[in-house]
Design a protein around this ligand. Structure first.
Ligand SMILES: Nc1ncnc2c1ncn2[C@@H]1O[C@H](COP(=O)(O)OP(=O)(O)OP(=O)(O)O)[C@@H](O)[C@H]1O
Length: 285
């Protein structure tokens, strides 16, 4: 299902007019995201079920995704460091929606995935610290001379009895949730995508290949293709990964070309580099 059909950016002339009219002060060292796109000849994106933004480092892929995320007001987890001029720029962009964006829609960046991994780690650290504390509590409760004086002491009595009639490990387990299961970074990253991407939604993914092995990337490709074909999801993806660039039916904008042009995945420089690399070493396989 296509939700977002088209997005238009201000051209060089409109950017100049904005500066003449509004920017009186010259105390800023950056006018980002102004001045990123005009040089690239990109004024409009027409989206498909899966649209890919491809380009070298600094070509503007993340900037485009963040501008679209701001304009569509879809949620994000990690904080995004916007510049002072971001709201002005976003106000000058225009978008054409085919239908309202479902509430599951969101942008997912490497920062979100990284925060998710760190949160699991710190949650487990917290649980480990509490476990140590509970070992001490057990001994204190088991050997205390506790007497029920009022109903307010009832909870404490239950705890003391629990310590007296149970082993230390059972007492601790009863008081504590299990550690969140530790997965590898790649497994966690993959879980994050499958947890956040739900039926019906527009999803903006910024370099989702980060932390994923080739095998996991292929699983993610399958997951994205299925979500687009059967679960009414639309994707806009910034990527360098040949696996994602080969997503079936994806429309690819090559930001390395001026003006920006739609290309097949096999025509892209990154993909040619992989191809030539393996072709040259073919006999070694
Ligand atoms: N917060 C910011 N403030 C000022 N300039 C920025 C900011 N973020 C990005 N830029 C500049 O905007 C341009 C495009 O950067 P962007 O991060 O969008 O590129 P990218 O294609 O996503 O690169 P990469 O593949 O390395 O992630 C670059 O010249 C970059 O230096």
């Amino acid at each position: 299902m296509i939700y977002l059909e088209q997005f238009t950016f201000p051209d060089g002339d409109r950017e100049s007019i904005f500066f003449q009219d509004k920017v009186k002060r010259t105390c800023y060292d950056s006018y980002y995201p102004f001045q990123v796109l005009p040089g690239r000849g990109l004024e409009r994106l027409d989206f498909d079920l899966i649209t890919i933004l491809y380009g070298g480092n600094g070509s503007g892929k993340s900037t485009l995704l963040n501008i679209i995320a701001e304009k569509t007001e879809i949620p994000r987890d990690a904080i995004y460091n916007k510049s002072n001029f971001f709201p002005d720029y976003v106000a000058m962009c225009e978008m054409q929606l085919k239908v309202f964006l479902p509430e599951h829609s969101r942008i997912i960046t490497s920062d979100d995935v990284f925060d998710y991994m760190l949160n699991i780690r710190s949650l487990n650290e917290g649980i480990d610290r509490k476990r140590e504390q509970l070992f001490d509590d057990y001994l204190e409760a088991k050997y205390s001379r506790f007497q029920l004086k009022s109903l307010a002491d009832y909870e404490e009595l239950k705890r003391v009895n629990h310590a007296r009639f149970n082993s230390q490990s059972r007492f601790v387990r009863n008081e504590l949730m299990d550690n969140a299961r530790e997965y590898s970074n790649g497994e966690n990253a993959f879980r994050y995508f499958t947890e956040k991407i739900d039926e019906k939604g527009l999803y903006l993914l910024d370099e989702p290949e980060n932390s994923l092995s080739p095998k996991r990337q292929l699983e993610l490709v399958q997951f994205i293709e299925d979500s687009a074909r059967f679960w009414q999801c639309q994707f806009i993806i910034a990527t360098h990964s040949p696996f994602l660039l080969a997503l079936r039916g994806a429309k690819i904008y090559n930001l390395d070309e001026t003006p920006v042009a739609v290309k097949r995945w096999t025509e892209l420089e990154n993909v040619r580099i992989y191809y030539d690399f393996f072709k040259k070493r073919e006999r070694e396989f």
